[in-house]
Structure formats: C-alpha cells, structure tokens
Design a protein around this ligand. Structure first.
Ligand SMILES: O=C(O)CCC(=O)C(=O)O
Ligand SMILES: [Fe+2]
Length: 345
C-alpha cells in the first residue's frame, strides 16, 4: 500500500535513532532541538499539512469548515479551547497519567472492565508495545472516583483527573453542539451520553521501530477527543482514498476523531476515520483518549432533519449497547460492523 506521508515526516524517518542514555547536555540539547515537533505553534485558523485546524473561538465562522472536516477527514485538530480545558490542566494530567501507567502491574490489574475493553489492557500478542488504563464513564464522578481508588491515586491526582474529566466532557458537549448547529439542528441531546476514558502508553524502542503500536481501528464512539503525545508521533489516519496520513505531534492542540456512531447518527454523511499507531522512533508515547459514546438508553437515532426522500434512513435502529456487543463479538474493529446494521433495500 502506498503511504501518503508528508515530506517532513519522511525526512524525520531518516534521522538516527534517539539514544536515551546521552549524558552530555549539549548533545542532549541539540537532540531536543531536532525533535521539536513541526507544529509547535499552531496559528488560529491555519492548516497543519492539510489536516483541518478548527478555531473554537471563531464560531459561527468555522461551521462550514467543521462540517467539511467531519465529512472528508473524520478528524480535525482544535485550537483556542482553553475556556474549557486550560493548557496547565493538560500538562498536569499528562504528569498524572505518566505515574499511573508506571504503577506496578498488580495495581494496574485492579482496573477491571465495566464494559468490554473499558479497564486495564496489558501488552498483548496483538499489541505488545501498548497498554492502557480506563474507565467507563468520565461524566460520572462516581466512576472517576472508583477508578482513582482502584489505582490508589493521591489526592492531587484525583483532583486533576476529576477536573480533566469535567472539562473534557464539557468540551465534547460544545463540539457536539457545534456539529449539530453546522447541520442546521437545534438542541441536539448529547447530555447524559456516557464518556469512556482511556490513557494509553506505548513503549517504543529502537528495536521496535517499524512495528505496530495499535492496530488499525475505528473508534466505536460518536466523537473522540485525543490529547496525543506532544513529542513522539506515530498516529496515522486513513483517508477515504485508502492512503495513510501521518498525524504529527502538535502541542497545545487536541485531535478530534469521529467514530462509528457519528457515521450512523449523520445517516452516512460523516466519515468514521480508521486510524492506527506505528512505532516510528524510540521513546515512551502517552496519549489520553476521551470517547463520547452514544445514548445511554434509547436508540442511536439520526435526527429527522437529516432524513428525507433523497436521503432515506441507511441504518436500522439499535442501542449503543447492542452495537458495542456486536462489534466486540464479531471482532469487527474497523467499521465493518455498520454493514450488518444497514437497512436492507
Ligand atoms: O494513542 C493514540 O494516538 C491513538 C489512540 C487511539 O486511537 C484510541 O485510544 O482509540
Ligand atoms: Fe482510536
């Protein structure tokens, strides 16, 4: 398969592997400089090598751009969201997740599943470089509390996780409403939708360069807010054409992905973007994913305004829970499960 990688990305691959044990501070500094990510100062409204960049303070001005990003890319970066999630909170959270993921395995194993795949995932045969901790609903203070207790989180860690969960949840509601507004809908009911939370660690070494960090998948969610690693890249999204596009680190921004539920909710208008993580360089890669899943009870429904004789309903009604069970039991992790839920013509 041809990889659609930007030139700077390819150039980056030619660099010597980074050795962690360098002691000379001058050498270390020059390495740090070399490793400075391409997108270190995102300009509001600017594009990051083609990936749409949405300025959250420029609405309704960016509504059309937002909808186009949902349709054509299934993902976009956002800037100027500090009224919801301040940079200091993102940094504090990064420190907290680093120490949680460094806990001994016996403690991490206490983080059990509430729904399939919501708890601790140890490195496995399929994804040996990857492990994750998580919780089912970050919108529930009780769930967040239980997660913190499982991991013996210190009071300041607990506070940071609670603040982050609340802040990202509100940001997701805001993005959801902007998407609704962009489609001409009023008062889309995202409130009360569970919001799964997952912190990911990739242990990349010089030996693992070129191998898979996380396999190709779509997210099962409506939308995902991802705080990706600000230094170590490796995330790639698949464009509709089937070519891959590298999502390089871009500090102080967040990435938004649309998942399977967005494709159904929009009656096939939005693209549930396939993505994967590859090991491109040595280092520990950390990311924080928050998934706005779907309605807790009731059906995943396309708003009536998006259905008419020219756009007949594409999917049968189903609940998020049924969908998730089907996806897990059939092991269909790249969106094919939606084919089983199509209205038969
Ligand atoms: O770590 C990343 O950048 C991506 C993680 C991801 O795709 C996921 O958690 O679903
Ligand atoms: Fe994902």
């Amino acid at each position: 398969m041809k990889l659609d990688l930007p030139n700077t990305f390819l150039a980056k691959q030619k660099k010597l592997p980074i050795k962690r044990e360098v002691q000379n501070p001058e050498i270390q500094e020059s390495r740090n400089f070399q490793r400075k990510p391409a997108c270190s100062k995102p300009m509001a409204g600017s594009e990051s090598k083609g990936l749409p960049m949405i300025d959250m303070q420029d609405f309704p001005g960016q509504l059309a751009k937002l909808i186009e990003a949902c349709e054509e890319w299934g993902c976009f970066r956002i800037v100027n969201f500090q009224n919801f999630v301040p940079q200091s909170l993102m940094q504090d959270m990064k420190g907290v997740i680093r120490s949680l993921l460094d806990l001994p395995i016996e403690i991490k194993r206490r983080n059990v599943d509430v729904i399939a795949g919501s708890g601790y995932m140890a490195p496995s045969k399929i994804n040996p470089l990857y492990e994750a901790l998580g919780l089912y609903d970050m919108a529930s203070a009780q769930d967040v509390d239980a997660f913190c207790t499982q991991l013996d989180a210190a009071p300041h860690q607990r506070q940071t996780i609670l603040r982050y969960a609340r802040a990202v949840n509100e940001l997701m509601m805001d993005i959801g409403h902007k998407i609704g507004e962009g489609l001409g809908l009023k008062g889309v009911p995202f409130k009360g939708w569970p919001c799964q939370f997952r912190i990911n660690k990739y242990t990349f070494t010089n030996e693992s360069v070129g191998s898979s960090g996380v396999q190709l998948h779509t997210d099962s969610s409506f939308l995902t807010v991802l705080q990706d690693d600000e230094i170590i890249g490796g995330l790639e999204v698949m464009r509709k054409s089937g070519t891959f596009f590298a999502i390089d680190p871009c500090p102080e921004t967040l990435l938004v992905n649309l998942g399977d539920i967005a494709a159904v909710w929009s009656n096939g208008r939005f693209y549930n973007v396939k993505h994967r993580v590859l090991c491109r360089e040595a280092g520990i890669r950390l990311s924080i994913a928050s998934f706005l899943l779907g309605p807790k009870e009731g059906m995943v429904e396309t708003p009536a305004e998006l259905v008419d004789s020219e756009h007949p309903p594409l999917y049968i009604p189903f609940t998020y829970e049924e969908f998730r069970k089907l996806r897990v039991s059939k092991k269909l992790h790249t969106g094919e499960v939606l084919e089983l839920l199509r209205v038969q013509s």
